[in-house]
Design a binder for this molecule. Structure first.
Ligand SMILES: [Zn+2]
Length: 314
């Protein structure tokens, strides 16, 4: 039986609403979910996620921090990081549902109910630290999914590939000394949040399990393809992961307002294909991809579409 790609999404992801004009807007879901459902109505499985149990959020975040986000349920909008990360009313539940989507996806990939998965969620997660919100992110969805894959499913090695235009400082920090989780990022540098120098390669037991590829402003599909061939794919081939998680931000697209990288949707398709081939070599094709950034609605639409086409292709 041919297994399908699954997309985990819910209209509830639109309930977290930062102030109007904020780039991380509910329109990312409300405008794109109906279009993508129409495009991929029968070719992928559409699955409504379930909320993540708090015990799994606690595996990555401190109790004090989780309590801080939970408390925003009752009050007015709170600015969490002195910058641009907000929470209020529904935010805690929406962020927990995003984590739940990634955990559901790991479960179904591991049980071979689906071929691979894309979690079409918000808010994003990769800037969130163990004890702090940052860069629009509340809970670090991919980091929690990685811990879950190790502890719930007994996997030994998780590879996280982060191609969001911004460095995933939160994910790197959480696994910086952990040899079971390889964190690889391609990001514009210098750029927000300022971390992700090529000299950041992990520490102690985790030394050599962090890989940062700094992309110059103006880098295009060919730069990324070269980085994949020379660095990313060899890193996966020597690490030999049991599952690959993708922090799939699409803000490195040429039309995105938050970056100055010039990837096209064809670039995202090509990167997805290369990762799929690597996943087939090492881990029976297990891939769970989780949306991070991507703030131009039209280019986000085209990029997700290309990403899904590559994920579901034979
Ligand atoms: Zn980003």
């Amino acid at each position: 039986m041919d297994l399908k790609t699954a997309v985990f999404c819910s209209e509830k992801f639109a309930q977290h609403r930062p102030p109007s004009g904020h780039p991380e807007s509910p329109a990312r879901i409300t405008q794109l979910l109906p279009k993508l459902k129409e495009d991929f109505l029968h070719s992928v499985l559409w699955i409504e996620p379930t909320t993540a149990p708090e015990e799994w959020i606690q595996r990555v975040h401190t109790p004090q921090y989780i309590e801080r986000i939970r408390k925003t349920q009752k009050g007015p909008m709170v600015l969490l990081d002195g910058g641009d990360t907000y929470a209020y009313g529904p935010s805690y539940d929406v962020a927990r549902l995003a984590v739940g989507a990634a955990l559901n996806a790991v479960d179904k990939v591991m049980s071979k109910e689906i071929k691979n998965a894309f979690c079409f969620v918000r808010p994003p997660g990769h800037h969130a630290l163990a004890n702090a919100a940052m860069g629009f992110c509340l809970f670090n969805t991919v980091a929690i999914a990685a811990r879950y894959a190790l502890e719930k499913h007994g996997l030994k090695k998780v590879f996280i590939l982060d191609w969001d235009v911004h460095h995933g400082n939160g994910t790197q920090d959480i696994f910086y000394e952990d040899p079971q989780v390889f964190y690889a990022s391609l990001h514009q540098f210098p750029h927000y949040p300022g971390t992700g120098k090529s000299t950041e390669i992990g520490k102690n037991e985790g030394l050599g399990y962090t890989l940062n590829l700094c992309m110059p402003r103006g880098a295009s599909d060919s730069h990324y393809e070269k980085a994949f061939e020379e660095k990313i794919i060899p890193a996966i081939d020597s690490f030999k992961p049991d599952i690959i998680l993708i922090s799939a931000g699409f803000d490195a697209h040429k039309d995105d307002p938050l970056g100055e990288i010039y990837l096209t949707e064809q670039g995202f398709e090509k990167m997805t294909r290369l990762i799929k081939e690597a996943a087939e070599r090492h881990c029976q094709g297990r891939i769970v991809s989780v949306l991070e950034g991507g703030y131009n609605i039209e280019s986000l639409y085209k990029s997700i579409k290309s990403h899904l086409q590559a994920l579901l292709a034979d």
